[in-house]
Design a protein around this ligand. Sequence first.
Ligand code: ADP
Ligand code: MG
Length: 390
Amino acid sequence: MTGTQSKPLSPAELALLFKDRYQHSPDGVWAAPGRVNLIGEHTDYNEGFVLPFAIDRIAQVAVRLRPDRKVRLISSLAERKQVSVDLDQLHPGTMNGWTAYPLGVAWVLQQRGISVPGFDLYLDSSVPSGAGLSSSAAIECAVALALNDLTGAGLSREELVLVGQRAENEVVGAPTGILDQSASLLATEGHAVFLDCRSRAAEAVPLDLARHHLRMLVIDTKVSHAHASGGYAARRASCELGAEVCGVPALRDLSPADLPEAAGLLDEETFRRVRHVVTENARVAETVSRLATTGPASIGDLLDASHASMRDDFEISCPELDLAVGTARGNGALGARMTGGGFGGSAIAVIDVAAEATVRQAVLSAFAEADYARPDIFAVSPGAGARRVV
Ligand code: ADP
Ligand code: MG
């Protein structure tokens, strides 16, 4: 695969690429964003709280339905090679590589009894792949929205969240929660999405960084988290064990006041995993409350505490993420943490706009000095959720 474009193609440019390859115009173009999780890591599958926001980097799909059962797929990232499959031959075990994301969505819709005809699809994305910004959910959500519109299936956005999650769980084989798809489908510009992963209730929380002269920097360490599925599964297993031993349906049901008792019941490692989830849920609630009262400049210490908890208790950070976070904090960031599932991917730092050049330079120098790959550093702002663009 070649690199991702940082700037999205215009919908018209994508429609032209589609026409060039398929010799007809698309029925439409749909866009869905990647996301940054502001805070609330590994809380989603514990039925807890998360606070992601959609970013201004998007996956876009141009799609046209076909009268037959054939699906043709092209991605500008996957060397523009065309992949052709028969819709009736789709089975979870047979969809591989990047096509598992769009085909997985088509398969789930069919499983739900929706009649999906064949289609031609051209994908282009400005969400970096494997950086912890959920390029995968961006694809799923763009495709889910497109097929929902084109087939007239009439599923709500909340239902499309579950379609994307099921594609990722059952077809791609990643045991993820609803965080990524909820951010991509439910976000509104200038807001984060406060999501209760038990009730699935979503609430928009103002996150107007510009008004407070703040900027959110993403530091993509270029350490791929692709090899991390074992670590992810192990963390899930620890959380399930913790909940079972503590006698609660999910770790969501424990509060910080329950931790001393939990310490007496659990082995040392499982206790630290539990402590991360329990304290992280409390930090999400506190972040929501501060955003609504004292504003985004006041959440720095919560981001810092979240990072420390992931590094020390949940053990999902890595030296590159710790260096990015430590250097950003040491050079003026108000708060910083790794974001996403961990073991690589990206860190975020909330900075005063005036500090941007200093923080950027300091992180680049620190990485060069440590002999790490050059990180990609870019600003993101809270963008709109998935939508039809043409
Ligand atoms: P993340 O969601 O954090 O970016 P994942 O491992 O969940 O990381 O998803 C990355 C995968 O998504 C890639 O390996 C690839 O299969 C697919 N992908 C992402 N962007 C594109 C793209 N532009 N074209 C094709 N496939 C993509
Ligand atoms: Mg992903």
